[in-house]
Design a protein around this ligand. Sequence first.
Ligand code: GLN
Length: 254
Amino acid sequence: MSYRLRLAHLYPDQMNIYGDRGNILTLTQRCAWRGIELELVPVGVGAAIDWPSIDMAFFGGGQDSGQALIADDFVRHQGPQLREAIEDNLVLLSICGGYQLLGHYFLTHTGERLPGVGAIDVHTVGGSVRLIGNIVVEAGDWPGAAGTLAPGTRLVGFENHSGRTYLGAGVRPMGRVLAGHGNNGEDGTEGAVYRNTFGCYMHGSLLPKNPQFADYLIGLALQRRYGAGATLAPLDDGLELVAQRTMVDRLVHG
Ligand code: GLN
């Protein structure tokens, strides 16, 4: 059986910092290596998107100014249908600025209040000191997951944000911070999970450095579209895993 998936890339022109596009390249290549066709659907300002036909979505990070350019369009134009798709288990990965706009709001450090779509129960408040550096996160036990990522897997990335994100009762953290700052630098959590929607502060790019998580997301999308029998052939991730382990060793074990 040959599989096809559609990947919506939210606001690629405005929300594309710290190499987040590498996540799209990784998803595309890891699908191609298995003969899975991944069609890219860019979502620009004013775009009309048929969300039920979309299997995965990616929303990268952006400067506060980039977020301000698209926040209203995102909330008014995509918000209602996107929220429905998320409730219908759309597989969505959001990083930093994208993560912030999926929540209720982002109050920037200059006092501007950017609306979010309220699809996940988080809100963000800008601080005067940026949270910057490498980060290691121990993945939690995520709900509703049919993929292959073992709880306790260590994910590595790079963070750079002024926003502090606080989780409400409707989400759980993606994981526990072993090194770095995470959601807010205070409570030891990083990221948020709601159904198949993930938000976090890990740039890097995230997915090339964490191939287990890339496959986990592809696996979720395949099973949502084609049923529980749709599985991923393994790839040789030897090099990627050495790089990942090296970063964990340096940052966590000193
Ligand atoms: N502008 C947001 C902040 O600084 C997001 C930055 C980012 O996406 N790296 O908190």
